[in-house]
Design a binder for this molecule. Sequence first.
Ligand code: NAD
Ligand code: MG
Length: 398
Amino acid sequence: MMAPQFLTLLGATGTIGCNTLEVVALHPGRYRIFALTAHRNVEKLAQQCLRFAPRFAVVADAADADRLRALLDVAGTRSGTEILHGPEALCQVASAPETAIVMAAIVGAAGLAPTLAAARAGKRVLLANKEALVMSGALLMDAVRASGAVLLPVDSEHNAVFQSLPHHAAPGLSAAGVSRITLTASGGPFLRRPLSELAQVTPEEACKHPNWVMGRKISVDSATMMNKGLELIEACWLFEASPEQVDIVIHPESIIHSMVAYVDGSVIAQLGCPDMRTPIAHALAFPERIASGVAALDLAAVGALHFQALDLQRFPAVSLAYRAIRTGGTAPAILNAANEVAVAAFLERRMRFDQIPGLIGNVMDALPSGRVATLEDVLEADARGRASAAALIVKQAF
Ligand code: NAD
Ligand code: MG
């Protein structure tokens, strides 16, 4: 039997983080936890530390570190977990020599630096944090190539595409005989809602996804379908595809997770119950297969699978993403920053749901795309995108 591999879990207390720990718990001889990180949910992190006894736990700041220490001391079984805090500590546990695998499951731009640190350190990086790749596609992919890191997609669509591509072929889609990549999209909670009602939808309605249980930010992204826009950009970077090679089809049942069409007319798809433990287990063990705890797919019980074309008038966020990836440079980072600010404002009831795409479009109009040569270029574009979006929300000028 092989020695257990050590895993750093960035964003341990989120939905992807918790699902990852459930898969890891099924394979105690195979995986051990090196580090768990969280932002503010210290109570959940304390429970996870007691159960998985990581070498390190990382929280946002010194006050949260004290709270975590107190919780673990009360429990009396600290198992030697050392508590760190702050963004630097995230990079430290993501690149430490003792860890082999890094699950990047922080939400949003906050995950960029530690994900890049893991890639630069040559880790096996399991990528859920799509915003990191959207912001810094060229940098992250270059870091992976330079260090020999292995980047495996956890996002269910990209994991499905990865599984449907031949792994023996030369790099490049055309060398592999691929003609198109088709990402499936459930359409989210508002697929059939009259457009005139979108102005009234609440954060609670937007976060109630028909098929998946997810964090609040990605749930709102799924409702606007900016999530599919971010995934389009993610697919272009991961698979070296042009935006013209990636299309999107609505598939409300979320059973086909995505597909790859070949020049001979074959289409290879990956199917399964909509449960993130499947792509997580796949990425953890690739090229082997391990149990994930997910129920077997019962197609007779599902009955029928449906498909329909994407309506860009209903979901203008997707057009913004096509525009950003075609523009290139810092445009995707600006798109992502404006979206993060808009989604946060909607969740705090400072703007309406139907205003989100318009705001992002105005920020993209206002800010020219620049060159991406360093992480600083990306962070600067992110800061400008955030400031512009925040100013427009204050003025309600969009
Ligand atoms: P979530 O909101 O449930 O969890 C986010 C995690 O990130 C938490 O552990 C939180 O503590 C941490 N975090 C938040 N802000 C932070 C900060 N500033 N610094 C450090 N840590 C911070 O989100 P989720 O649904 O688990 O999604 C995580 C990522 O995975 C997102 O990028 C999302 O797009 C992607 N993803 C999620 C799903 C899903 O089904 N949930 C599917 C595909 C991709
Ligand atoms: Mg997805």
